[in-house]
Design a protein. Structure first.
Ligand SMILES: NC(=O)CC[C@H](N)C(=O)O
Length: 444
């Protein structure tokens, strides 16, 4: 095990106890905290496609299989690594140095009890791949280093590999299965046999990360009652709903919302790992909800894909997906806070997308399109449909990422509140003709 020098650790713990209440200026000067890694553990990333990258191990000393993906985010590694949508994946950070600000406590904030500070109860990835792990870290909220955190969650990491080369490769050949081998013996064994690579997309990952039992957040609040179908929800989604006053009930992914829908003012469909077709039955139950229930429904990422499948659209697997906090999307329709024709910069983490077709299902219109690759970034019910439904492929709640579209959370809670008191929400969708040029690129 590593020896760890943390001369001011107590100060850091105290500072972390209540995020947002303590500020760096109220703290005594804090020097860089240092983690000493175990002496140069050799490590390798083996890809099923044949390439291997050699570096130094950190975190867990256990070797693991995973699906290798890359993210272009330059901050918020603690949020990404706890995002349940990354379940089973090796996350390659294109940002050259990772770990500089350590890892904070995951204790809930005082105003949102029951919701972890980071994006879930713990680390979700299968492995971490960085060019240069920061062994010195400093942040007023830090309680441990990235290395210590990974070790605690039994997640192997590899540093000192050329993440630019890995990313370029993944962009060309697509997301690739891999193994992170830790230790001289494991590295010496070489690449695993082709049929030994574990493929997380063959598993029902959603059942692993969804709540097993329904639970309530902010039950005594004054706001609308919103049910969240939990496919692996990020904590900042439920926190964003609660902070806007909603009384939230989180339901397991396979719970039939139709049996309880009369008790709610709105339905939220969360993000989640894996292939949306792995929960096709859930999509069909949502289809029934859409047909028989007229209250607001909002889906983010996996939730958006489920809405699309429920509406009759197809989902496909992208080559390398979109992961990062710098994804520009063009709005094609208006809603309460979104203006058609504007570009918003968004936070994303997905491998699958809805297929762009010239004809959308009746009652639906395209909401957003990705400016880089023309993939579908949102769908919205038309005014004629009489529905108030919209889904976005990106994460308006961020954590991390830009807050360009954060008002969509307020739009949803407002719409649910208006419906609850008999009012009607303003969710207008201006039909915009899809450019056939976009269609040919995105459906390839
Ligand atoms: N963040 C998400 O919800 C991701 C959805 C789905 N797992 C995908 O990769 O496309």
């Amino acid at each position: 095990m590593s020896s760890i020098l943390r001369p001011l650790a107590k100060t850091a713990v105290a500072a972390t106890a209540r995020r947002g209440l303590a500020t760096p200026t109220t703290l005594p000067h804090q020097s860089l905290l240092q983690t000493v890694l175990p002496a140069k553990v050799p490590a390798a990333l083996f890809l099923k496609s044949g390439q291997e990258y050699h570096g130094t191990g950190f975190g867990s000393s256990n070797s693991k299989f995973g699906e290798t993906v890359f993210s272009t985010s330059i901050t918020s590694y603690t949020d990404s690594l706890t995002d349940p949508s990354y379940r089973g994946q090796f996350l390659v950070f294109t940002s050259p140095m990772v770990g500089n600000y350590g890892v904070p406590s995951n204790a809930p904030l005082p105003d949102t009890p029951g919701i972890p500070f980071l994006e879930s109860d713990g680390m979700q990835v299968a492995g971490v791949i960085v060019s240069d792990l920061a062994t010195k870290y400093s942040h007023y909220q830090a309680v441990e280093s990235l290395h210590e955190w990974c070790a605690r969650y039994d997640i192997p990491g590899i540093t000192g590999v050329d993440t630019r080369a890995i990313t370029t490769l993944l962009r060309d050949q697509g997301t690739t299965l891999g193994r992170i081998a830790i230790g001289a013996d494991e590295v010496a064994k070489g690449a695993p046999a082709q049929d030994a690579y574990w493929d997380p997309s063959k598993e029902n990952l959603i059942s692993q990360v969804s709540t097993k039992q329904p639970y309530e957040l902010n039950p005594n609040g004054k706001g609308p009652k919103i049910a969240v179908l939990d496919f692996g929800t990020k904590a900042n989604i439920t926190r964003s709903l609660v902070k806007r006053g909603a009384r939230v009930t989180v339901l397991p992914w396979d719970f039939d919302f139709n049996t309880v829908r009369d008790q709610y003012d709105g339905l939220f469909l969360s993000n989640g790992p894996g292939d949306p077709m792995s929960i096709y039955d859930t999509a069909m139950r949502v289809r029934q909800t859409i047909a028989e229930w007229n209250k607001p429904i909002f889906g983010i990422c996996m939730g958006h894909q489920i809405l699309g499948i429920a509406a009759g659209m197809e989902a496909y697997r992208m080559t390398f997906g979109n992961r990062g906090h710098n994804q520009p999307v063009l709005a094609l329709a208006n809603s309460a806070s979104i203006k058609a024709g504007r570009v918003y910069v968004t936070s994303q983490n997905h491998q699958y997308a809805l297929k762009l077709t010239e004809d959308f299902p009746e009652g639906w219109a395209p909401f957003f399109i990705n400016c880089n690759d023309s993939s579908v970034e949102g769908i919205i019910s038309t005014p004629e449909s009489g529905k108030q439904i919209w889904g976005v492929q990106f994460h308006p709640e961020s954590a991390g990422g830009p807050l360009d579209t954060i008002a969509m959370l307020s739009d949803f809670v407002d719409a649910c509140a208006a419906g609850a008191t008999g009012g009607s929400a303003h969710i207008g969708a201006d039909q915009v003709k899809v450019n056939p040029h976009h269609v040919s690129q995105a459906s390839a």
